[in-house]
Design a protein around this ligand. Structure first.
Ligand SMILES: Nc1ncnc2c1ncn2[C@@H]1O[C@H](COP(=O)(O)OP(=O)(O)OP(=O)(O)O)[C@@H](O)[C@H]1O
Ligand SMILES: [Mg+2]
Length: 515
């Protein structure tokens, strides 16, 4: 750690001692909720919305490696928190939730607190944290400034200490820069009195960019093309990185709505309190911080086109009721408004969760599930279409090496087998990352290089073990029968229900010793 950062950590630790914080505390001293939290979220609305795509992008990089991302305001109040389920549950058990304050006065020395004090990016390791409960974590945080140079928020990435990497801080800093850029653009736009709606998303993918030679997968592509022109709701399911977003965009571009808006909403990356106003819009004066003239929601922005509700499983239950009404009646009502506004929108939803399970546990409305699942599409994971693995590797090897201006890497047969046999839990996204890594380093990553525990090997091994066990059982059974029959071959064969010749053969094969 650099000396000046060391000094900042020590300064903060000393401050925490002076104000009498206990190292044994676990929860922030200040946690707000309800209308108080809603007010803070409304005050930071521009920041929260500008940050969503970058939090989402950052999360895609670290997905599956036990990290979570926090966005706070300039006072350390958590506005949004997104991450892997396991570590997020861990964070929630420490009440790291929207409304909890992460400044060092309230929770002791940590990366976010230091950013608030010093306005520079920092990475804090294990016991640099003041409270003992945070010693297992490493946090990388960066300031987000407004165009006037005033701190407006902090973006932070936390993971377990063993997962730390210096590059993590670089990623966080890049995200902070991008958020600042969007906010600055918004400010310029406001000054020019331009239309306030920023089109967040364009549909860039087409079916012809989809790479596959797998007959089942190609059937899915054909089916998706066929249903593109229908107005019925589509629900796309599949593991992370299987191409759900690619399909949604391709469907839009293949449909007769291709020249109309395509609006994407990530229900998982948006704080629950903001989903309602984002989707349905609000009237002027609907809440503190509501814009003059009100604001149209995403449904209205998507009028005539397609709305993509990503991570639909994360939609809060009360919003599900409102969504159902839009689907059934084709109208939206803004918050604070009474007039229903008709909208003509094609809804495509996606999730990598088991929605039916969520229905079972009461987290997802059954009626909404059936309304969404009119035209279901399931995308196969890569390990169930192994024939596509080398095809996709070739495709991305060409594309990425050209982009980076580097040489392609040619794999030998063993490497190709390892790549084909690997389980690819992150699917095509993981495959792209692996190809990029190989181009840069010339080596397969450890989890693939050491493919002993790969699926085929494991399956073969399991099969061998099963056979071995079966043989062992058979040997034991025959030995017992022989003992009981006093090693009389005819009697034993009769007891076992086999011919004498068969029994002789088994005795020989299993090397059973007869007196
Ligand atoms: N069939 C395909 N051919 C080539 N590239 C693909 C294909 N499907 C997906 N990709 C690429 O894989 C990456 C992941 O795809 P996408 O973002 O659509 O996945 P996803 O299912 O939405 O994942 P998540 O659930 O994590 O959001 C993208 O970069 C995309 O370009
Ligand atoms: Mg996606």
């Amino acid at each position: 750690m650099k000396k000046d950062i060391r000094n900042m950590v020590e300064k903060s630790q000393k401050h925490c001692e002076e104000i009498g914080l206990s190292r044994d505390m676990v929860f922030s001293r200040k946690i707000i909720d309800g209308s108080e939290l809603k007010d803070e979220l409304d005050k930071s609305r521009d920041l929260v919305l500008a940050a969503i795509p970058f939090i989402d992008q950052l999360y895609k990089f670290v997905k599956g490696s036990d990290f979570f991302i926090i966005l706070t305001d300039a006072n350390g109040c958590i506005l949004n928190i997104v991450g892997d389920e396991k570590i997020l549950n861990d964070a929630f058990s420490f009440k790291m939730i929207p409304g909890a304050y992460m400044d060092d006065d309230n929770i002791g020395t940590n990366a976010m607190g230091i950013v608030i004090n010093e306005c520079i990016p920092v990475q804090i390791l294990g016991d640099d944290h003041f409270i003992n409960a945070y010693h297992k974590w490493t946090c990388s945080a960066a300031p987000i400034m407004d165009p006037g140079g005033k701190l407006i928020g902090v973006i932070n990435l936390t993971g377990y200490t063993q997962g730390v990497h210096p590059h993590t801080l670089g990623m966080v800093v890049a995200a902070a820069f991008s958020i600042e850029h969007i906010i600055a653009e918004g400010a310029v736009r406001k000054k020019r009195k331009m239309h306030e709606h920023i089109k967040e998303c364009r549909a860039v993918y087409n079916f012809d960019k989809i790479v596959s030679e797998d007959s089942k997968f190609l059937d899915t592509v054909e089916y998706a093309k066929k249903i593109s022109r229908s107005k019925s709701t589509i629900l796309i399911t599949g593991e992370t990185g299987t191409g759900k977003e690619v399909f949604v965009q391709s469907i839009h571009n293949y449909s007769d709505r291709a020249n109309m808006p395509f609006v994407a909403v990530n229900c998982g990356a948006m704080p629950a309190n903001l989903i309602e106003s984002e989707l349905f819009g609000y009237e002027e004066g609907a809440f503190t911080g509501a814009k003059k003239g009100g604001s149209e929601g995403k449904f209205q922005s998507a009028d005539g086109g397609t709305i993509f509700l990503d991570e639909i499983g994360e939609m809060p239950i009360d919003m599900q009721v409102r969504l159902l009404r839009v689907i059934e009646e084709g109208v939206v009502t803004r918050i604070g408004g009474i007039k229903p506004i008709p909208v003509d929108v094609r809804i495509i939803a996606a999730t990598n969760k088991e929605l039916l399970e969520a229905v079972g546990s009461g987290k997802f409305r059954k009626d909404l599930f059936y309304r969404l699942n009119v035209l279901p599409i399931y995308l196969l994971p890569l390990r169930e279409r192994r024939g596509d693995i080398m095809l996709l590797i070739d495709y991305y090897m060409n594309k990425i090496s050209r982009k980076l201006g580097k040489n392609k890497v040619i794999f030998d047969e063993t490497e190709m087998t390892k790549l084909t046999n690997y389980s690819w839990p992150g699917n095509i996204r993981e495959l792209q990352n692996v190809v990029e890594l190989v181009i840069n380093t010339g080596e397969l990553p450890a989890e693939i290089a050491g493919v002993k525990a790969d699926v085929q090997y494991a399956a073969k091994k399991a099969k061998e073990e099963k056979i071995y066990n079966l043989h062992a059982m058979e040997k034991e059974y025959i030995t017992k029968a022989l003992e009981e029959c006093g090693y009389n071959i005819s009697k034993t064969a009769k007891t076992l229900g086999v011919a004498r010749n068969t029994l002789y053969k088994k005795i020989k094969d299993f090397s059973i010793k007869c007196p």
